[in-house]
Design a protein around this ligand. Structure first.
Ligand SMILES: C[S@@+](CC[C@H](N)C(=O)[O-])C[C@H]1O[C@@H](n2cnc3c(N)ncnc32)[C@H](O)[C@@H]1O
Length: 426
């Protein structure tokens, strides 16, 4: 005898009805579209097949579980806010078992049951052999193709609740009649002035305690931190699946352009470092600090690639035309006939080529501590460091010292001044 809730043992190949999905099934799409699945909701997928809906909902951070007599027979059948009975009743050839399955799903739902079944529109044109109250398909599966009215009548008569059409072949049944009315009223309510929060925003807010330090690490590194670089890693993996998914969430909720810009700047910093490291004999990959090793892999894929890009940059620093063009494009400093003059504290705003150009001079000279202005010569391969007195206190500044480094001859000239000189750029 067939048990009330377990599938009947017949020659019908029910397991063959489950397809491998790559996107949400229609009933789940309806729930998301209609805002009936919040981040705080638990969902149970009754007759979940291969479980792709569960995996995709998990990616959104929704707590969900599922059971299937063929694919997850050992999973527990537990109550949930929302229960999905998606394309299950139409594959059960035994009407009594079908009704019991529907009732059980209804009992498990705390707020909403969504039921999807095949409709007559999906029925193949060719003649199929009649079986029970449906047909047997050529694959040996059973299908009951419902009309919209028939499905609605069946659901309402079986469960004693109102079945609200969500889409052809898909109905919502709310546990509390009031919720159904509220849903229908919302359907016709025109756009609210404040748009409802997206699921990702809610998830983002709920996980601020771990996402705030994660974002700090992201902006410091310009890339996803390694597990040893962030103490919140295991909490993030536990709650959001992986650091990669956490970053996808952060990008969705915050301004994606900002993260791209941070990554671009970190990438440039690394390139400048590697180009200038050539002067001291560039270390082998294994001698690089662990953080730099991660940077290299994240930004360039391999050390070889990063070194050849760095070498190309260093090589261009010897090209007067490239230097002149970069000086003309510079977002900081004042362009003079022969040089770009800039405040020393704006050096980091220069493009990587000019940072390397100046860095080469510093590699020869070291840091001129008191220098407050830098002169990048546009054509002659020289960099000068200028020390002004009284530069920012409102008085006429006086140029005290000027050190000129020639990158071509490697010569260093020092000039001392005592008389007032023209003021440098502000
Ligand atoms: C067409 S598939 C749908 C699977 C999934 N809900 C989806 O939409 O991808 C039908 C599923 O119902 C399951 N099934 C068959 N009899 C069942 C029963 N009595 N109770 C629950 N699920 C059943 C089958 O194992 C099969 O995985």
């Amino acid at each position: 005898m067939t048990s009330l809730s377990e599938p009947a043992a017949t020659s019908v190949l029910r397991h063959k009805t489950a397809i491998r999905r790559t996107s949400f099934s229609r009933p789940i799409k309806c729930l998301l579209r209609d805002g009936l699945l919040a981040a705080s909701d638990a969902l149970f997928d009754y007759g979940c097949g291969h479980g792709q809906d569960l995996a995709l909902l998990g990616d959104l951070g929704i707590a969900c579980r599922g059971w299937d007599p063929v694919y997850r027979p050992d999973a527990a059948r537990v109550p949930a806010d929302v229960v999905n009975l998606g394309y299950v009743i139409n594959v059960i050839e035994e009407p009594h078992e079908r009704t019991e399955t529907l009732r059980r799903a209804w009992e498990m739902s705390r707020r909403l049951l969504v039921v999807a079944a095949q409709t007559e529109f999906a029925a193949p044109a060719k003649e199929l052999s009649a079986f029970s109250d449906g047909v047997l398909t050529s694959r040996g599966t059973f299908q009951k193709y419902y009309t919209q009215a028939e499905l609605r009548g069946y659901l309402e008569a079986t469960l004693g609740a109102t079945a609200i059409p969500a889409a052809p072949g898909i109905f919502y049944l709310f546990k509390c009649e009031e919720n159904g009315h509220e849903f229908l009223a919302n359907r016709f309510r025109r756009q609210a002035p404040v748009p409802p929060k997206r699921l990702s925003e809610v998830l983002f807010e709920q996980n601020q305690d771990i996402l705030a330090p994660f974002m700090e690490a992201l902006s410091l590194l310009g890339r996803i931190p390694g597990p040893e670089e962030l103490s919140e890693t295991s909490a993030i993996v536990e709650r959001l699946g992986s650091l990669k998914r956490a970053f996808a969430l952060v990008r969705r909720v915050t301004d994606e352009g900002t993260w791209k810009e941070i990554a671009r700047r970190r990438n440039e910093d690394l390139l400048v470092y590697l180009a200038l490291a050539r002067f001291r004999r560039r270390p082998s990959f294994s001698k690089l600090p662990a953080r730099t090793q991660r940077d290299v892999k994240a930004f360039f894929g391999s050390y070889n690639r990063s070194c050849s890009e760095a070498d190309a940059l260093l090589f261009r620093a010897g090209d007067a035309t490239a230097i002149d063009e970069a000086c003309q494009r510079s977002p900081v400093g004042v362009l003079r006939e022969n040089a770009l003059l800039l405040r020393k504290d704006t050096l980091h705003e220069l493009d990587p080529l000019l940072r390397v150009y100046e860095g080469c001079a510093r590699a020869l000279l070291g840091d001129v501590e008191d220098a407050n202005v830098v002169k990048l010569h546009r054509y002659s391969g020289k960099v000068s460091y200028l020390v002004y007195d009284d530069l920012d206190d409102g008085r006429q500044p006086t140029l005290r010292l000027r050190i000129k480094v020639s990158l071509r001859t490697l010569g260093i000239d020092v000039y001392r001044h005592s008389s007032p000189q023209p003021a440098p750029p502000a």
